[in-house]
Design a protein around this ligand. Structure first.
Ligand code: PLP
Length: 382
């Protein structure tokens, strides 16, 4: 079933690597990213797409998106250097992190970046000093209660504070450019955008009364990848979101920016692992513990609180039973799924491959460097 998500040709490439290479590793299917990018562009023909580099910063992914004409949302000067090194011009880059050192803002400015996002008074001061005249998005706080991986609380500020920051920025010689928000990552409730766009529109009107004309709305990411919990296809998201924009802004639509991460690269990755050990805690234990050579510290951190439930596939058929899925390290937190009962074949054995589907986003970039001596998660791009 889930395995059908990938074509026979794609699956063939994955299996070939599985036979020859030491696990664990991620296989990234570049054609799937291209298809997704085209789908984003076709679904939102009016939007500028800024790929959120943090989702998968692989050079092959970045080069592909560069060639497809994508722009880039970066979170640090390190991501900036990586993107610039690929020949992307700084006009195609937005510094989206609201938390940044003054000297990094200066460095980005010196390297040509002129688009930043902010959500605090102190950061506006830094931007005014280190990146004078730059275009600024002001990020408004969102609840994100229905997102599987919320980004709320930490980012954005209350609407009233947004208006104060806009004025502060204008007075300090920055160019107030627009309102940004992020409805939470893996947002399955499309109506979250309705509320967010309404909030943004209200801020546009508020600023208009203060004679500041904002030009753009940055709708962030939040577009889902297919995991165990069902989501609507991107076309449905696009249809609804486009309707909300019309509903709230009428004919006076601002420039629209999108920053997909997960939705663009998530499905294009398959993490190949191997069963290291299968055990029971007593002879009569009904549950099997299945330990794989990949875990929370080597790429599967989004299984924290069992937030993201990846489809898991093995090549064994037949009757299945409950398992607890855990990683290989000496940390008791290194358990991926225990409450949610994954079912794996009763015939599963040590050495069998376990495939984690839809793992193209937030895996390699989150993998630890040397915990228990295990190396960071490798990637093969095919
Ligand atoms: C993480 C992030 C994104 C990407 O979010 P996804 O849910 O992965 O699409 C976009 N914009 C900003 C500012 C982010 O922090």
């Amino acid at each position: 079933m889930y395995r059908d998500y990938y074509s026979d040709e794609e699956w063939g490439k994955i299996q070939q690597l599985a036979q020859t290479e030491e696990t664990p590793f991620l296989v990234v299917l570049l054609d799937m990213i291209k298809t997704k990018f085209d789908e984003f562009r076709d679904s939102f023909p009016y939007a500028k797409i800024y790929y959120a580099v943090k989702a998968n910063p692989g050079v092959e992914v970045l080069s592909l998106l560069r060639d497809l004409g994508s722009n880039f949302d970066i979170a640090s000067v390190y991501e900036l250097d990586k993107v610039l090194a690929l020949g992307v011009s700084p006009e195609r880059i937005s510094f989206g992190n609201t938390i940044k050192k003054a000297r990094h803002v200066r460095e980005a400015y010196e390297k040509g970046v002129r688009l930043f996002v902010t959500d605090s008074e102190a950061d506006v001061k830094i931007l005014a000093k280190e990146a004078p005249g730059s275009k600024i998005f002001f990020r408004v706080l969102m609840e994100a209660l229905t997102a599987d991986w919320p980004l709320s609380r930490k980012f954005g500020c209350q609407p009233r504070m947004v208006t104060e920051l806009v004025s502060q920025a204008a007075d300090a010689g920055l160019e107030p450019f627009g309102i940004s928000f992020h409805v939470g990552s893996q947002q399955r409730e499309i109506s979250a955008w309705d509320a967010a766009i309404a909030k943004a529109n209200y801020l546009f009107e508020w600023m208009e009364e203060e004679h500041i004309h904002l030009k753009a709305m940055n709708m962030g990411g939040g577009f889902p990848a297919d995991y165990l919990s069902k989501t609507n296809p991107l076309s449905v998201y696009a249809e609804e979101i486009t309707r909300y924009i019309g509903l709230h802004f009428g004919d006076d639509t601002p420039e629209i920016y999108l920053e997909p991460g997960r939705g663009l690269v998530g499905e294009a990755g398959v993490l190949v692992s191997e069963v290291v050990l299968i055990s029971k805690k007593s002879k009569t234990d009904l549950k099997r513990w299945v330990y794989t050579d990949v875990g929370k510290f080597s790429g599967l951190i989004e299984t924290m609180d069992e937030s993201i439930k990846y489809p898991v596939y093995t090549e064994k058929n037949g009757e299945t039973g409950d398992v607890i899925l855990a990683g290989p390290t000496c940390d008791s937190q290194d358990i991926m799924y225990e409450d949610f009962k994954y079912q794996l074949p009763m015939g599963l054995e040590i050495g069998d491959k376990v495939y984690w589907l839809s793992t193209g986003a937030y895996t390699t970039s989150y993998s630890s460097v040397e915990f228990n001596g295990f190396p960071p998660l490798k990637t093969y791009f095919v």
